[in-house]
Design a protein around this ligand. Structure first.
Ligand code: GDP
Ligand code: MN
Length: 387
C-alpha cells in the first residue's frame, strides 16, 4: 500500500521529523485560501502516487495568490506524465500547498528492505533531489549504507556514521539530521514499511534540516495491524481490478502481457508465468485464487481477467488439493455462461475429483475451452492461441 506525500509528511512529523507547514486542497479556491494562510513563498505540489513531479512541472514555486491559483488550475485539469507514470499519465485530484524553503543543499535519506541481506538498510546520499536509481547507476559510491539488525533498529554509532557521510559537520545540524534519521527509521518499523524515503532532505539557507518530500510504502500484509493506515487508504489511486480482487480474497497483480492466468497457489502461479514466458508468451496478470477458492471467487476471477482489454487468451491451471477440481470446473462453466468467454480458455486441471471435472467441462460444450494434459502442453497451447 502507498500513501500520498501529505500523509507521509504527517506520519514523519509525528515521529519528530521537521516538515514545513502545509495545507491539502482539492480546488483552485481552496488553493488560494491556503496561500492566504501560509503567505510568502509556497510550493504547489500534485499529490499522486508517482515521483518525478518536479521535472513534469507538477511542483511549482509560487509567490502570490495569482500564481498559486494558476498552478493549481493547471495541475487539477491536466494529467501528470512522468518517467514513473507511463505515457497516459495520471489524474491529479489533490494538491499540497506548502511553505517553501530556501535550499542550501539537497540530501537523500531512505530505509528499504534489503532482500539479499534480509534486513532493513538505511541509505543516505549527498546527491539528493535526483532519483536515487540515477545516482546508483552513475556514482554508486555516493550512496552510503548502514544495515539494521531487524530487532535493534538504528544504533547510535550508525546514526553518527550516516550523518558524517552526509558531510554535516556543524554540531546542531548533525544532531538535527540524526533526529530525522531516527524518526524515519521509527516510522519504518512502527508502520511495517517496505520503503520510507525523504528526497530531498534539505539544509536550508538558515541552517535548518527539513524534509520537503516524503514517500512511504507499506507491506500490504501488515496493513490490518494499523487502523491509521487503513484510514489513509485512497481507493481512487489503486488499480480497480486489484481492489475487486481483494474483496474476493484473490491475489491479483495486473501485468503488461496478453495471457490471463487463473491459478491456485502463489508458487504454482509463478511457475505458470515462467512456463508461459518459456514458450514465448507474456502473462497479463498474476492471479492466485487461493487454496480454498469458491465458485463465486473463481467466477469473479474470470470477470477480472476478461475486463482487461489486452487479454487474448486465458490459461487456467489448477491443482485440486484443498480446492476440488470439480469446484473449478463448475466455476469455469458458470463463468462461461455469466461472463461469456470472448477469448480461448486453455484449461489444465489435476488432482482431487479431476475425472468428474473433465466430464463436466466436456458436457458443457463450451467452444472456447481447450483442454490440456499437463502444464507444458497448456502453456504451449495458450501461447499458440495468442500468437
Ligand atoms: P518529486 O520531483 O516528485 O520528487 O518532488 P519533490 O517534492 O522532491 O520536488 C522536486 C524538486 O522541487 C526538489 O528537489 C526541489 O529542488 C524543488 N522544491 C520542492 N520544494 C521546494 C521548496 O520548498 N523550495 C525550493 N527552493 N525548491 C523546492
Ligand atoms: Mn522528491
Amino acid at each position: 500500500m502507498k500513501v500520498h506525500e501529505y500523509q507521509a509528511r504527517a506520519l514523519l512529523a509525528e515521529a519528530g521529523v521537521p516538515v514545513p507547514p502545509s495545507e491539502v486542497v482539492e480546488t483552485v479556491e481552496q488553493a488560494g485560501a491556503a496561500y492566504e494562510k501560509l503567505q510568502g513563498r509556497v510550493v504547489v505540489k500534485a499529490q499522486v502516487f508517482a515521483g518525478g513531479r518536479g521535472k513534469a512541472g507538477f511542483v511549482k514555486l509560487c509567490d502570490s495568490v495569482e500564481q498559486v491559483r494558476e498552478a493549481a488550475g493547471f495541475m487539477l485539469t491536466n494529467r501528470m506524465v512522468s518517467k514513473q507514470t507511463g505515457p497516459a499519465g495520471v489524474p491529479v485530484r489533490k494538491l499540497l500547498i506548502a511553505s517553501a524553503v530556501e535550499i542550501d543543499s539537497e540530501y537523500y535519506a531512505a530505509v528499504v528492505v534489503d532482500r539479499a541481506r534480509r534486513r532493513p538498510v538505511v541509505m543516505v546520499s549527498r546527491e539528493g533531489g535526483v532519483e536515487i536509481e540515477e545516482v546508483a547507476a552513475r556514482n554508486p559510491g555516493a550512496i552510503f549504507k548502514q544495515w539494521l539488525h531487524p530487532h535493534l533498529s538504528l544504533l547510535h554509532f550508525q546514526t553518527a556514521q550516516l550523518v558524517a557521510a552526509l558531510g554535516l559537520t556543524d554540531k546542531e545540524q548533525a544532531q538535527a539530521a540524526g533526529r530525522v534519521l531516527r524518526g524515519l527509521v521509527d516510522v519504518f518499523y512502527k508502520y511495517d514499511c517496505s520503503l520510507a524515503e525523504i528526497n530531498p532532505l534539505v539544509r536550508t539557507k538558515a541552517g535548518q534540516i527539513v524534509a520537503i518530500d516524503a514517500k512511504l510504502n507499506f507491506d500490504d500484509n501488515a496493513v490490518f495491524r494499523h487502523p491509521r493506515l487503513q484510514e489513509m487508504f485512497d481507493p481512487t489511486e489503486e488499480n480497480p481490478n486489484e481492489l475487486r480482487a481483494k474483496q474476493y480474497d484473490l491475489s491479483y497483480i495486473a501485468l503488461d502481457g496478453n495471457i490471463g492466468c487463473l491459478v491456485n497457489g502463489a508458487g504454482l502461479a509463478m511457475s505458470t508465468m515462467d512456463l508461459i514466458k518459456l514458450h514465448g508468451g507474456e502473462p497479463a496478470n498474476f492471479l492466485d485464487v487461493g487454496g480454498s477458492v469458491t465458485a463465486e471467487g473463481a467466477t469473479e476471477a474470470f470477470r477480472i481477467i476478461l475486463s482487461d482489454p489486452n487479454v487474448k487468451g486465458i490459461l487456467v491451471n489448477i491443482f485440486g488439493g484443498i480446492a476440488k477440481c470439480d469446484t473449478i470446473a463448475e466455476a469455469v462453466v458458470a463463468a462461461a455462461k455469466e461472463v461469456g468467454f470472448t477469448v480461448p480458455v486453455v484449461v489444465r486441471l489435476e488432482g482431487t475429483n479431476v475425472e468428474r471435472a473433465r466430464q463436466m467441462l466436456q458436457e458443457a460444450k463450451i467452444p472456447q475451452i481447450i483442454t490440456a494434459t499437463d502444464l507444458t502442453d497448456a502453456a504451449k497451447k495458450v501461447c499458440a492461441q495468442v500468437a
